[in-house]
Design a protein around this ligand. Structure first.
Ligand SMILES: *Cc1c(COP(=O)(O)O)cnc(C)c1O
Length: 360
């Protein structure tokens, strides 16, 4: 393990072996005499990289042929606009569940192009839980239904996939993609910024049913039309080549670790260790409703600003970084993405244990 254990929410920790491979290949990519960041995106060499990356993701998530995989730029935040621009019909109506900051941003953006129906919200409870969805409030003719599967900032996650009937389910999976197995067939579209659980920033992965492509609003910019990218295998213009290459290495790493199933088992073990300590602690307090707790972003707190600062300072002296909660929530947050080793969580729990002993 390196000296620092990085609990940051994103850009986040990547597997050490992936970083070493990228380092070893950086100067001279596989005998080509060029770096991956120098080769043309139209070269056979890069085509192989993007094809391999797509194949690996398809295999890991068991993505069937009627779903397209797009490698885009613009972050998950651009998807807040691309989803309505591409999925709104003439009626321009969508249902959204409000579960935190990212869903609020998605709601605001969709509202610029059409009608947003917020069918459930936990804002009144500080987004500490996932709200129940009353089917009566949902629009059976909505163009799509949007959820943020894992709420990176508040540390909650949907533990059940909402049943939306024939309405396509769209999910922001930025902070949970590949962290646990999901039933892909239940979703019309998934999107994720890469910098949490996939690779470096700059790449956005969109997985969507091909039947949802090709009906964008007339004024949609070419670059924001899914059809543009699907028709060209994500090579309409220069893609984020290096980030795609790194994502490919991460996908291979996940595969070699035993796939998503193995990742989920390990993530449950990691989150279990931390939550078990928090639940037993008289000092540290969990912030999210127990049923809805995230596997990848654990939010918790200490009594008072001073104690929080003292803990963060202690943690840093022990090489534990990125534990400060999001500025809108305060407190503490430990992100436990796939590349976080169990030993890292053990170090954290050990530090929390000692801090509690010294402060009670
Ligand atoms: C980080 C995050 C975003 C924003 O991603 P960008 O790639 O920075 O636009 C959106 N949604 C969720 C759930 C996130 O965790």
């Amino acid at each position: 393990m390196r000296k620092a254990v990085n609990f940051g929410a994103g850009p986040a920790v990547l597997p050490e072996s992936v970083l070493k491979t990228a380092q070893a290949e950086f100067f001279d990519y596989r005998g080509s005499g060029m770096s991956v960041v120098e080769i043309s995106h139209r070269s056979r060499l890069f085509e192989e990289i993007i094809e391999r990356t797509e194949r690996s993701l398809r295999q890991l998530m068991r993505i069937p042929g009627d779903y397209a995989i797009l490698f885009l730029q613009g972050g998950a935040s651009s998807q807040f606009a691309m989803v309505p621009l591409n999925l709104y019909s003439d009626r321009k109506t969508a249902d959204y569940v409000e579960t935190g900051t990212w869903s609020q941003k998605a709601i605001a953006e969709a509202g610029r192009y059409g009608n947003v129906n917020v069918v459930a919200s936990s804002e009144g409870e500080g987004f500490a839980r996932i709200p129940d969805i009353n089917r009566q409030r949902c629009d059976a003719d909505a163009d799509y239904f949007h959820v943020t599967m894992n709420n990176t900032i508040f540390g909650t996650r949907f533990t059940a996939i909402p049943d939306t009937g024939p309405v396509p389910l769209v999910a922001d999976v930025s902070s949970c993609i590949l962290s646990e197995e999901i039933e892909l067939a239940r979703f019309g579209l998934l999107y994720a910024g890469a910098q949490k659980n996939i690779g470096p920033a700059g790449l956005t992965v969109v997985i969507l049913k091909k039947s949802l492509i090709g009906n964008c609003l007339a004024s949609t910019p070419t670059m924001l039309n899914y059809a543009t990218h699907e028709g060209k295998n994500s090579l309409f213009n220069t893609p984020p080549c290096f980030a795609i290459y790194m994502a490919g290495l991460v996908f291979e790493w996940v595969y070699n670790q035993g796939g998503v199933e193995a990742m989920e088992a390990r993530n449950r073990e990691k989150a279990g260790l931390l939550y078990a300590f928090i639940d037993d602690s008289n000092l540290f307090q969990g912030l999210a409703n127990v049923r809805d707790r995230s596997l990848t972003n654990c939010t918790f707190s200490l009594p008072g600003e001073n104690m929080t600062r003292a803990f963060l300072a202690l943690a840093e002296t022990e090489g534990l970084f990125g534990l400060k909660g999001h500025r809108s929530v305060g407190g503490l947050r430990a992100s436990l993405y796939n590349a976080m080793p169990i030993a890292g969580v053990e170090k954290l729990v050990d530090a929390m244990h000692r801090f509690e002993k010294d402060n009670s």
